[in-house]
Design a protein around this ligand. Structure first.
Ligand code: GTP
Ligand code: MG
Length: 655
């Protein structure tokens, strides 16, 4: 049942009940939310890519950029950027794709989060997605994988296109040729937006909304879904932990496990056998890293758990954001071995234990289980566990996690110690008497679900089968409910569609409500109008679409100033867009939350401020006070998260 995802951020209630963004003192005391000096603004003019053969070195080679590809929406073939139509089937390039504007000036060349290789891999995964439709429909598959959204890949295509022009690299010819398709693409995009505006229907006032009875009914006998993100530094053992859990709980059979073991061994990757349960793609297996979020399911006593196994590698943080933004709670996996825990806590932008912890708190996640993994490598030492607990505990509290909401579990995913039953190794059981991981999952509390509001389902992933004319939107229902036959508005293109069928946990169901992670098959709509980063909503209560937003942000631990004009990757729920800082409205007093100094010239680390950003293209967004999930925003630049915040004002494109 694999499926794969992409991205999203949080401050609860603005600065009100977001306790530790509330407590800026504490936050300020926290060390290193690292951004290296090279990552300061203005951004470095380089096109760098990591060497995937050697994870420890992120090699920098200038001008190695390859041409990015775009994928035909009909036959899924990969085409060069310079082609305006598919080389195989001749279909015109999808205007909804995020095509570079061909202007070196406008190209946000600073973003180097996705390497050209990543984009190719995204293409591969998305073509794989199509083939997964039938498996998904039959409910046979147990793990789902989300890739970076098509938006992302395509967005990046635009970026690379701009970068290539700047660099005058191998893409010289392509750039000359690329003018025509890009003009064509922008025309098509305009046509699509025009069409969307003719579909415009004014939203009804929220007060008029009355949920129907079926929307609120209890689902007797059905376990509640708990969306659980597994996050942490690269190689900490997230996938091994996920695979081992799925195996122990019967979701991955002995036979499948045996096959993984055999094949992994043959490829010289024996130690990754459990990880292969969720790392499905050939690239992930070959590289031994997770690249996109995998979604799998298992039952605990209390919950039907939707496990979101996230990538830990720095370059795939956008994918982590897209997938883990759906989380109700998180398992933060840390590697206990000497040096590895310390690497995860590194403040120079390479320590994803810190970045992930910061991000999940910003997604609104309040409960976290810290799985101190690989305890076998330190002889199940109590001292090491306590050391990690004290170091990481300080940081987690500074991010806003309450002490009472953090559970610490020493375990070994590989040796199956303390996962679904109490520890058996005497070196651990002699000093640890707390719960095992599964018990800790059961002690998590379900966040409040709001089925009484109009439907909002941010689209995390789209599964298309053009041959069958099917398109399915995947994601978590944030508010409201749907059933077979419901009419939904697909934003931002304002197309109305009908729900043909719903899958929850890879099994068909007739009704799904807030909190459910579902795949919704739609009819009456062209598949190209359903895009990751979009939102399914109630036809009378459309989500706002905007390309200019006011944000209340907290600047993380960057080394240099952020100036007006700085460019970012802007993340909101599953959407990602290039953005520019157009105004610093004011600083915000971190104690009172009130506006302080007006229009400062720049922002520095750990300041909070109200800013305005202009996006290259409009996204679905809401003010945080109206819809939390659609009002959390993240700013990234040069591969690092530089700011987290909330949407405080939406300048709607329709007003
Ligand atoms: P990314 O998804 O790429 O960030 O990695 P990951 O966190 O999913 O790590 P993964 O599960 O792929 O495991 C990385 C390596 O750690 C593999 O070689 C595993 O065998 C090893 N590993 C995982 N858990 C344990 C453990 O409990 N003990 C030991 N000794 N090794 C482990
Ligand atoms: Mg992994």
């Amino acid at each position: 049942m694999p499926r794969k995802v992409n991205y999203g951020l949080d401050y609860d209630d603005g600065y009100d009940d977001y306790d530790d963004y509330d407590d800026y003192e504490d936050y300020a005391n926290a060390n290193d939310y690292g951004v290296k000096e090279k990552d300061l603004f203005p951004f470095p003019e380089v096109t760098e890519k990591p060497s995937w053969n050697d994870r420890s070195t992120i090699k920098v080679e200038k001008k190695t950029t390859k041409l990015a590809l775009w994928q035909c929406s009909v036959c899924n073939s990969d085409n060069e950027q310079s082609s305006s139509s598919c080389d195989i089937c001749g279909v015109l390039r999808d205007p909804a794709q995020n095509i570079g504007n061909g202007s070196a000036e406008n190209a946000p060349f600073q973003f180097n989060t996705l390497s050209p290789d990543d984009m190719v891999s995204v293409g591969k995964i998305s073509s794989k997605k199509s083939s997964k439709v039938s498996a998904n429909n039959t409910g046979k598959k147990a793990i789902a994988k989300f890739s970076a959204t098509n938006e992302m890949a395509e967005n990046s295509s635009g970026i690379i296109s701009g970068a290539n022009q700047l660099n005058g690299s191998e893409s010289g010819n392509a750039n000359i040729k690329s003018d025509a398709p890009q003009i064509l693409a922008s025309d098509l995009h305009q046509m699509k937006l025009d069409k969307a505006s003719t579909n415009f229907r004014k939203a009804k006032p929220l007060a008029e909304y009355k949920p129907e009875k079926w929307m609120l009914a209890n689902q007797d006998g059905i376990l509640n879904q708990l969306n659980l993100a597994v996050v942490g530094h690269v190689d900490s053992g997230k996938s091994t932990l996920s695979g081992q859990l799925l195996h122990l709980l019967g979701r991955v059979s002995k036979k499948e496990m045996h096959k993984f073991e055999k094949e992994a061994k043959e490829k010289g990757k024996g130690s990754f056998a459990f990880a292969w349960a969720t790392d499905e793609s050939a690239e992930e297996r070959e590289r031994g890293i997770t690249m996109t979020v995998a979604v799998a399911y298992f039952d605990s006593k209390k919950y039907r758990v939707v496990l979101l196994d996230s990538p830990g590698h720095k370059d795939f943080v956008p994918n982590m954001i897209s997938g883990a933004t759906q989380a109700d709670a998180a398992v933060l996996v840390v590697d206990a071995s000497i040096g590895s825990f310390e690497a995860g806590m590194d403040g120079n932008g390479f320590g994803q234990t810190k970045e992930h912890a910061q991000l999940i708190r910003s997604f609104g996640v309040e409960q976290v289980i810290v799985a101190v993994n690989k305890m076998d490598t330190v002889g199940f030492s109590k001292e090491r566990f306590e050391f990690i607990k004290s170091q990481l505990g300080n940081f987690l509290r500074s991010c806003g996690f309450k002490e009472s909401q953090i559970t610490w579990i020493p375990l070994s995913a590989m040796e199956n110690e303390n996962l679904v039953t109490s520890a058996t190794d005497a070196r651990l059981s002699s000093w640890y008497e707390g719960s095992c991981l599964l018990e800790a999952v059961d002690s998590l509390q379900l966040p409040v679900r709001d089925a009484s509001k109009p439907l909002l389902l941010p689209i995390c992933d789209v599964i298309k089968s053009h041959s069958l004319g099917q398109v399915a939107a995947c994601g978590k229902i944030e508010t409201g409910a749907i059933k077979n036959g419901s009419r939904v508005l697909v934003m931002p293109l304002r197309e109305v569609a009908t729900v043909r069928s719903i899958e929850r946990d890879s099994c068909p169901c007739s009704v799904a409500r807030a909190g459910d992670n579902v795949a919704v098959s739609l009819q009456g709509i062209d598949g190209v109008h359903v895009t990751p980063g979009g939102v399914l909503c109630h036809p009378d209560y459309p989500v706002t679409v905007a390309s200019r937003l006011e944000l209340k942000i907290l600047v993380l631990d960057i080394m240099g100033p952020i100036l007006v004009g700085s460019k970012f990757e802007f993340h909101i729920h599953h959407a990602k867009e290039a953005a520019r800082l157009v105004k610093i409205v004011s600083l915000v007093d971190q104690k009172t939350g009130e506006a302080a100094k007006k229009t400062p010239r720049f922002l520095t680390a750990k300041q909070s401020a109200i800013i305005e950003v202009a996006l290259d293209r409009a996204v679905c967004a809401e003010e945080f006070s109206k819809h939390r999930a659609l009002g959390r925003a993240f700013l990234r630049a040069s591969g690092c998260t530089v700011g987290v915040g909330i949407v405080s004002k939406v300048f709607s494109d329709e007003s």
